[in-house]
Structure formats: C-alpha cells, structure tokens
Design a protein around this ligand. Structure first.
Ligand SMILES: Cc1cc2nc3c(=O)[nH]c(=O)nc-3n(C[C@H](O)[C@H](O)[C@H](O)COP(=O)(O)OP(=O)(O)OC[C@H]3O[C@@H](n4cnc5c(N)ncnc54)[C@H](O)[C@@H]3O)c2cc1C
Length: 395
C-alpha cells in the first residue's frame, strides 16, 4: 500500500519536494492556507526573479550561512540541476550579466508558477487550498482546518516571516515552540538598513542609486548597487552583508559598513588619478577623473570634514573605504527573507524533527541565511529535492 505524505505550505520547497517524490510509493497532498499557492514566489517574480545563481557549486555553497548545513542538499541538486529541471518543465532560463539566472525573456512569473503546478498535476499531486495547519493531535497527526489528518509523513514548508500578505506569516513559530521544538525569533535579512542621514543630503539624494560600488562589513565584500532611501540604504550591495550587519547590530545596536566607490581601482590608482589631474577643484577631480556621481560626491562632501575632503590622501582613502553607520534593520515584513524559525539543532541531517519522527521541516522556515539573487530559491528547491530522495530511498 502507498504511504501518505502530507506537505503543509505551498511554496517552492514544497513544489520541488513533491516533484521529486516517487508517486509509485506515495500518495501526496499539499495543504496551502491561501486560495492559491506560491504567492511569495510570485512576489519574488515582481522584482528581478532570480531563480538561482550561476557559479561553481563549491563557491555557491560558501554563500550560505551556516555553509556546512546545506552542502549535501546543494550538491545533490545543484544550480545546474535546477536550471535543467526548469527546462524540462518548459521554462528555459538564461544567465544574466550579474550571474543571476532568470526565466527566458518574455516568460512571466505566473507562467513559471503555472508550469511548476502543471508538472505536479501531471503526477497526480493534489493541492488543497484554504487549508491551514493549526496544531497536532496527541498522536502527532497534524490538525488542518480543525480536522485531524492521518498520515505517514508530515512535511512542513511554511516559509519565513516576512511579507505576511503572501501567507508566510510565521504564526506557526509559537505552535512549534509549545511542542518543545527549539525555535528562534525571526529577524529581517536581505533588507534595508536605517541611516541617520543629514537632512540637506537626503532631501537632495533620496531615491538615487549608488552604482558600481562595493560595500564591506567584517571583511566581507559585496559588489553591486545600493539605493539611498529616506530610511537608509537598500539594494543588492548591502543585502548580502545581512549576517555581518545583524551580528554587529545585535551586539552593539549599531553597525559600520564601508563603501568602496571605485572597486575596480586600487587605492594607489585612485591616489595617482587625483594627483595627476589637471583640475584644481576637488569636486571637478572626483567628477571628471574618477567619474563619481553627484550623490557619491555629495556623500563625501557632506560627511567628511573640510580638511579630509581637501586632503588628497584622506580623500583617496575615503573613496576606497567610506564608513557609514547603520542603526537598525527595516521592519521584518519588508525584508526579502528572514532568519530564525526552526533551530537547526532541532532537526536531523535529513531535515527530520528530532523530537517528532517522520515529521520534517524544509525551506525558509529553517534558520539559515543567504543573499538574495537566486540563492534563496535554490536552497529551498535543493532541500525539497534532498528530502524527496531520502524518503524515496527509505521506503
Ligand atoms: C520581495 C521578495 C523578493 C524575492 N526575490 C527573490 C529572488 O529573486 N530570488 C530568490 O532566490 N528568492 C527571492 N525571494 C525569496 C523566496 O521567495 C523565498 O525564500 C522562498 O519563496 C521560500 O520558499 P518556501 O517554500 O520555504 O516558503 P514560501 O514560499 O514562503 O511558502 C510557504 C507557504 O506556506 C504557507 N503557509 C504558511 N503557514 C501556513 C499554515 N499554517 N498552514 C498552511 N499553509 C501555510 C504560505 O501561505 C506559503 O504559501 C524573494 C522574497 C521576497 C519577499
């Protein structure tokens, strides 16, 4: 007789799990609290829709924290495997100049989601919408919409705690804690950070991107772009530093990051360009020789003392390592992802809850972190496929 697998939560980790489970061995049902599945997946599609990130798998693995937790899953189902699978279900992808992987031009996010759901339907997998998990009965069966659902295996794929409107509201955290499962409070990741901008600066530069920069924190460097907002700074050049920034914020309630306005030049190159310039005026030198934007120049001008701005050595140093103080994270609900959720010590290497045999947790509901840009969806997919392989092999 086939065994019953109950998957609770209808996001990418659940889809990939279901897609790779052996339907000869299992009857599979997905329970989703919303009237539709994959709402956060569609929200991700509204922005860049980075399905994965193209780089050698050993380098990709290093971008996750902790990076020894997901390696087996990522090696088992790599970024190439993910792209191949998407191709098989009719979603060809391409690698953008930033190495981010997108659906081929013209393919809308809803078409990607529909292709995934169609592939599940073809396997006979049922999605039950408007079904919310509340708790367990005494025998450990899940209670969904006030009814006990008898099952051989339960897999939770309930998502993180940001963008509650998508259904991933993290309410389940309390339910798991009460059951004695170790959890951690959610914290924002891949989010904006608060800066106490000087009013004359922000009035002029709100909404302006700082392009082709690198930002560092605790010696980790992230290249890309960051947008100056009323709240502070957001964008891919800062999102990827979330673990380092969070660590400082948690300890001393502020964090310092350093902007490199010219990552392609060394300090010596910058210094020499300033020294050799035919221009006398510092602002002209920054504009003409170093091609800094008006907001980059104003940032230096506003925050450096007059002496520092006019001193060639100090100016060059600040172009390469300009310090900015961050005061707090944006609200969790605005964050692209969260850390926290199920403590990694509460699950086995096969993502099984140590306190509840035959019950598993997958995807963003687990306490791991990664930069946005395809890493989050890749990990959710890889964890799902890894668990499918484990269940297929052990039954
Ligand atoms: C603005 C934004 C942009 C993003 N862009 C990218 C990107 O470009 N690239 C990338 O890799 N990642 C991106 N992400 C992150 C990515 O979407 C998530 O990491 C991913 O969706 C997590 O998948 P999951 O399956 O773990 O959970 P989710 O996709 O969050 O799915 C969880 C599901 O569980 C359901 N659920 C929750 N509680 C219950 C319950 N009690 N009962 C039943 N169902 C329940 C929810 O309704 C939801 O459908 C982005 C996220 C956001 C918010």
């Amino acid at each position: 007789m086939k065994k019953q697998i109950t998957i609770i939560g209808g996001g990418p980790s659940a889809f990939l799990l279901a897609a790779f489970l052996d339907v000869e061995k299992f009857t599979i049902s997905i329970y989703e609290k919303n009237k539709t599945a994959g709402r956060k997946f569609l929200v991700a599609g509204k922005g860049g829709f980075n399905l994965t990130y193209s780089e050698p798998i050993d380098r990709l693995i290093k971008c996750y924290s902790p990076n020894d937790f997901l390696d087996r899953a990522l090696l088992n189902f790599t970024n190439t495997d993910f792209r191949n699978w998407l191709g098989e279900i009719g979603i060809p992808t391409y690698i953008g100049s930033s190495k981010r992987v997108f659906p081929e031009k013209g393919i809308k996010p809803i078409e990607v989601l529909n292709a995934v759901l169609e592939s599940l339907k073809e396997k006979g997998i049922i999605i039950k919408y408007d079904h919310t998990f509340y708790d367990w009965d005494d025998a450990g069966h899940p209670i969904i919409n006030k009814k006990i659902v008898p099952t051989d295996y339960t897999v939770f794929s309930l998502g993180g705690g940001s963008w509650k409107v998508t259904g991933s509201d993290g309410i389940w955290l309390d339910t798991f804690s009460k059951k004695g499962i170790k959890t951690k409070v959610f914290q924002a990741s891949n989010c904006g950070y608060k800066i106490d901008w000087k009013s004359n600066f922000i009035q002029k530069h709100e909404g302006t991107p700082l392009k082709n920069i690198a930002i560092s924190c605790n010696n980790i460097i992230q290249k890309g772009e960051a947008v100056i907002t009323k709240f502070g700074l957001e964008g891919n050049a800062i999102y990827g530093l979330s673990p380092q920034i969070r660590e400082q914020l948690n300890v001393i309630s502020k964090a310092t990051v350093f902007i490199d306005f010219k990552p392609s030049l060394t300090l010596e190159n910058v210094l020499s360009k300033i020294k050799k310039s035919i221009f006398k005026n510092t602002t002209q030198i920054l504009k003409k020789e170093l091609k800094l934007s008006p907001s980059q120049i104003d940032l230096l001008k506003t925050y450096l003392s007059k002496e520092s701005y006019l001193n060639i050595e100090s100016l060059a140093k600040n172009i390469k390592k300009f310090p900015l103080e961050l005061l707090e994270t944006a609200s969790i609900d605005e964050a692209i992802s969260t850390v926290g959720g199920i403590d990694l010590n509460a699950i086995s290497k096969n993502f099984e809850l140590k306190k509840m045999p035959n019950q598993f947790c997958i995807g963003e509901m687990l306490d791991w972190d990664a930069p946005t840009g395809g890493y989050l969806l890749q990990a959710s997919a890889s964890i799902g496929v890894y668990l499918a392989k484990y269940l297929n092999q052990t039954n």
